[in-house]
Design a protein around this ligand. Structure first.
Ligand code: ATP
Length: 242
């Protein structure tokens, strides 16, 4: 089995900040799985995903996507797509036109799939990003992420703002894409119960460190009485159930 994402001894501090937000992080995600990244607010999840997508360079350590450096290697960069619920798309270009542009930049981009998913998520393809509601923006981002058909797809809290109907369609699409492409997907979400049944591997972060990693069933089984990965998260962060 090949490794989709390999993060070794990565530490990171934001420019102008003196505080290290990632400390000696080691994560390895095998290709062809859906993995979940969990942790409390400020744990460092988005920062880790940012580095994994080559959007910043670690202060120390290495990040590899399918063996390539996503920060400095154009092939590595095209092997990964990271989308969140915020503003990820060009604001002033119609989504269908933007899809044509993305197709020129990304080798596997599927414009027909983009049109199909925008329709499924009820986002008009003739809209520009700056005309979308919060939930529609998340849905458009998800449609672009899936249409990339990248070897590694990273979805960072992308469900935020989606209504329950669209959210269910989004999770169904994730499963459908995974089965159809055999690609690797990393989902970061605080709604652990929503994604727990989709993932086979989990990474749990706490205060800039990876504190649990491995098979999701094994992580649950290792904690006596744990019914979900939320219990594992509560345990690692020393939080008491209310
Ligand atoms: N641009 C920035 N400059 C300085 N510090 C930052 C910056 N962005 C994030 N941080 C800090 O880095 C730490 C990790 O943030 P990050 O966004 O990676 O956490 P997270 O686990 O994704 O949190 P959340 O679940 O709240 O989204 C936090 O303490 C945050 O305050």
């Amino acid at each position: 089995m090949s490794t989709a994402l390999s993060v070794s001894h990565v530490s990171y501090r934001y420019p102008l900040s003196r505080r290290e937000v990632l400390t000696d992080v080691d994560v390895s995600i095998e290709a062809g799985m859906v993995a979940g990244l969990f942790g409390r607010n400020g744990a460092g999840k988005t920062t880790l995903l940012y580095l994994s997508a080559g959007l910043a360079r670690p202060r120390s350590g290495t990040v590899r996507v399918h063996g390539r450096n996503p920060f400095s290697d154009a092939t590595g960069l095209k092997s990964v797509v990271l989308m969140s619920s915020g503003s990820c798309l060009n604001r002033s270009t119609r989504l269908d036109k933007l899809g044509l542009y993305w197709a020129r930049q990304r080798p596997n981009f599927d414009t027909d799939r983009l049109a199909e998913l925008l329709d499924r998520f009820e986002v008009r393809a003739d809209r520009k990003e700056n005309m979308l509601s919060r939930g529609e923006r998340s849905s458009a981002n998800a449609a672009f992420a899936f249409a990339c058909r990248a070897p590694l797809t990273i979805l960072d809290e992308i469900h935020l703002g989606m209504d329950p109907v669209i959210r269910r369609r989004y999770y169904d699409t994730l499963l459908e894409e995974f089965i159809a492409t055999g690609g690797t997907y990393i989902i970061s979400s605080h709604q652990i119960e929503d994604v727990e049944h989709l993932i086979s591997h989990a990474v749990v972060m706490d205060r800039g460190r990876v504190v649990r990693v491995g098979d999701a069933d094994a992580l649950r089984a290792a904690l006596p009485g744990a019914r979900s990965l939320t219990d594992v998260l509560m345990d690692v962060s020393g939080a008491e159930a209310s």
